[in-house]
Design a protein around this ligand. Structure first.
Ligand SMILES: Nc1ncnc2c1ncn2[C@@H]1O[C@H](COP(=O)(O)OP(=O)(O)OP(=O)(O)O)[C@@H](O)[C@H]1O
Length: 304
């Protein structure tokens, strides 16, 4: 499935404190022009960057205040086809406390034409969800697991997960990422996962979108990240020579002490000729930087 955004914006008019519609509200997302295709997309950004809002727009649940969001060629907002083609689960989505796990899953089985009941049952067992438990008695992690089961078993062409790790212990988180990986391998679709924990997604993600104050500041092909960022260590003179000689190399962070130097460098994407600088690393100790560190560097260093 393809989702296309053209100059799409979202503002919450009532967030300005004035009467609704009496003065222009600032956009919390956009304007964004973007195309999303099948594959796993990681959506990252600091608190309040607009991730949940963007997911709501992709899901057709929020009407853009300007521009367009089209999913599978249809105007996404409130479109019945888009709604049955899209699952959106996550941290802010709750169900009535009296509903049982089975009751919740039955609801989605009716909503989603490609629902896989056997898979839902298997996943419930794997995530330790008793079918007769009511939602109100589930722990935080078990509630997250209900959302995960819905997202995976729905087999919707567009599957959106908003921070699908809240409350999960390390083993269960790992189980989710393994199940997600198997699921998209068997049934490729567009999956967007908003997250503050990129390392968990590192092996699965095809693309990373970085939002900052509602703007898309980086759109990174995950393959492009491997072999692009390195932490190098060596004598100051060697690091100076690397910086002077390697074509297209950018220093993102550097610390010099007593004649020795440690630096994080960006060789540039392979598409932009980043490979040209790689041979210059051979004189130094160089280790690749992981996806999260790379994104942190691209977004201007440590999050405070
Ligand atoms: N229902 C709402 N009414 C008014 N403002 C809202 C509403 N929902 C979100 N906002 C505002 O929109 C901005 C983006 O919020 P959003 O929840 O999309 O960010 P986020 O990136 O998902 O944040 P987090 O990582 O903290 O979950 C924030 O400034 C928030 O205060």
């Amino acid at each position: 499935m393809t989702i296309t955004l053209v100059d799409a914006e979202m503002s919450y008019p009532w967030a300005t404190g004035g009467a609704r519609g009496t003065r222009p509200a600032p956009s919390v997302v956009g304007p964004l022009t973007l195309e999303l295709d099948d594959g796993v997309v990681g959506l990252v950004g600091r608190n309040g960057a607009g991730k949940t809002t963007l997911l709501g727009m992709l899901a057709g649940q929020l009407k853009p205040s300007a521009g367009t969001v089209r999913s599978g060629g249809r105007d996404a907002f409130d479109d019945p086809v888009v709604l049955s083609d899209t699952s959106f689960t996550g941290v802010d989505i709750d169900y009535a406390p009296s509903w049982t796990v089975t009751g919740i899953l039955d609801l989605f089985a009716r909503r989603y034409p490609r629902w896989d009941a056997a898979e839902a049952e298997r996943l419930c067992e794997a995530f330790g969800l008793a079918p007769t438990s009511t939602y109100g008695v589930l722990s935080r992690g078990q509630r997250t697991a209900v959302g995960i089961v819905v997202g995976l078993a729905s087999h919707t062409p567009v599957t959106l997960f908003d921070e699908p790790y809240v409350g999960l212990d390390a083993q269960t988180r790992r189980l989710f990422y393994r199940e997600l990986m198997d699921s998209v391998e068997a049934d490729p679709r567009l999956v967007v996962v908003s997250t503050h924990h990129l390392p968990d997604l590192e092996r699965i993600v095809d693309r990373v979108l970085v939002l900052e104050r509602g703007q898309l500041v980086h759109d990174i092909d995950a393959e492009d990240l491997s072999g692009r960022f390195y932490r190098v260590t060596g004598s100051e003179a060697r690091v100076d020579a690397l910086v002077a000689d390697a074509p297209g190399l950018t220093v993102l962070e550097r610390r010099d002490m007593a004649g020795a130097s440690r630096a994080v460098v960006d060789l540039g994407s392979d598409r932009a000729g980043g490979g040209a600088a790689r041979p210059y690393l051979s004189d130094l100790a160089a280790e690749p930087v992981d996806l999260e560190e790379a994104v942190l560097q691209l977004t201007g260093g440590e999050r405070s």
